[in-house]
Every structure is written in C-alpha cells, then in structure tokens.
Design a protein around this ligand. Structure first.
Ligand code: SAH
Length: 214
C-alpha cells in the first residue's frame, strides 16, 4: 500500500477501489464516495476513536469504509453485509489487510457480536432508508448497542438531526455532526429519472455518555 500522507491521498486510494458489480436496489447499495469515507476515518483518527480499535462496518458493501479505518491504524475490521456478492467485492478490496479482516454474512437486525464496548468503533454508511423506511435508524440502534463510539453517514434533510439525536439520547449517547458533504450517485437503477442524483449527507459521531442502557 502506498504511503498515506494526507486525507486527499486516502480519498484517492478509496475512490480507486472496486464498486458493486450489479447493485441491488432494495438493499440501497451505493458505494460510499472516497472523499466521504476518507473524511469519516480521518475524523475518527483525530479523535482517538480509531487507533487500536476493532472497526465494525455495518452494511459494509464494498468495504470502502473498513479500508479507510484499517489504513489509518484500526487493529482489525469486522465487515457485515447481508449480501454475499458484496462481501466478495469487500474481500477483494481488502486483500491488502488479509488476516485483519473478518467478513460476516448477516442481516444486521439479527446480529449478535460479543465484544467489549470500549474496544470497538462502528463505522458505517447505512441504507438511507429510502427503499425501506427506517432502515437507517435500525442500523443506528444496532450500532449504539455494540460500541461506545459510532461514526455514521446519514442523508441530510432539515430536522433529520433531531430524530438521530433523540434516538442517540435514548441509548445514552450524544450525537455530534462532524461534516456535511454532497453525495452524487450516477443513475444505476432504472426507476431513477435523472442521470445523476445529488443529495447532502451528514457525517455524525455518536459517543456514549451514560453507562446504563435504556
Ligand atoms: N459503505 C458501503 C455502502 C453501503 S450501502 C460501500 O461503500 O460499499 C448499504 C449496504 O448495506 C449495502 O451493501 C447493503 O447490501 C447493506 N444492507 C442493507 N440492508 C442490510 C441489512 N439488513 N443487513 C446487513 N446489510 C444490509
């Protein structure tokens, strides 16, 4: 792997990784753009939430996010996706880190992982909840149940933060927005009328404040 000296270097490496072969629409399979995945990992590194941690990438898809975290010093990655074919691509993309990656084929809604909460950080770009309403919040609840720190990418719409914040609060977490970015998706699914679909996403850090769970 070439030396990563900047956020831009990392973004370029991530952007060059393999994309989904034939994305499944109802699973909302969009690859996280390199610059956004890189920012997520970079911010986690700066805040001490990455080094030596096990990163859990929920809905890992092509493994872009796990790659960013491993490249910056995460100890190990656990990549979970319900789609076998996506995990095949993640395996290819993550082969540089062989021995430090576990690929788990599972529906996150029925996932049980026994890991100390302070040894891990969840990093994810969950389905935006457009195809299956509430999928993003389902992912978030699972994430908050797993680790003390969660980095997540959500579709930004006015007031979307309120719902995320109140969900976080009910699990004893504080939600802090760390960056906002535009995400562009080329037309892949036939129902899209526009060739390019552009929307804003928010990168959010969730940190556990209270020790009791709801
Ligand atoms: N970060 C990924 C993109 C994630 S897109 C990348 O850059 O490739 C959302 C992912 O969540 C898809 O790969 C999809 O297969 C997965 N997914 C959707 N619903 C799921 C579920 N219930 N359990 C596990 N994975 C799911």
């Amino acid at each position: 792997m070439r030396e990563l000296r900047s956020l831009k270097d990392l973004a370029l490496v991530l952007e060059g990784l393999k994309d989904f072969d034939s994305p499944v629409e109802f699973l909302e399979q969009y690859r996280t753009p390199g610059d956004i995945a890189a920012t997520l990992a970079w911010e986690a590194m700066l805040r001490g939430d990455l080094e030596g941690k096990v990163v859990i990438d929920l809905g890992c898809g092509t493994g872009v996010i796990a790659y960013g975290f491993l490249a910056l010093g995460a100890r190990q990655a656990l990549c979970v996706d319900v789609d076998w074919r996506a995990l095949g691509i993640a395996r290819e993309n993550l082969r540089t880190f062989e021995g430090f990656v576990e690929l788990v084929a599972a529906d996150v809604r029925y996932l049980h992982i026994a890991i100390p909460r302070d040894a891990c950080t969840v990093a994810m770009n969950p389905p935006f909840g457009v195809k299956r309403r509430g999928a993003d919040l389902e992912f978030l609840r699972v994430a908050l149940g797993l680790c003390n720190t969660v980095y997540s990418i959500h579709k930004y719409v006015p007031r979307s933060m309120e719902l995320l914040e109140s969900t976080a609060r009910s699990y004893g977490f504080r939600a802090t927005p760390i960056a906002r970015a535009w995400m562009t998706i080329k037309q892949r699914f036939k129902h899209h009328r526009r060739r390019v679909y552009r929307f804003e996403v928010e990168l959010i850090r969730f940190v556990r404040e209270r020790s009791e769970v709801r």
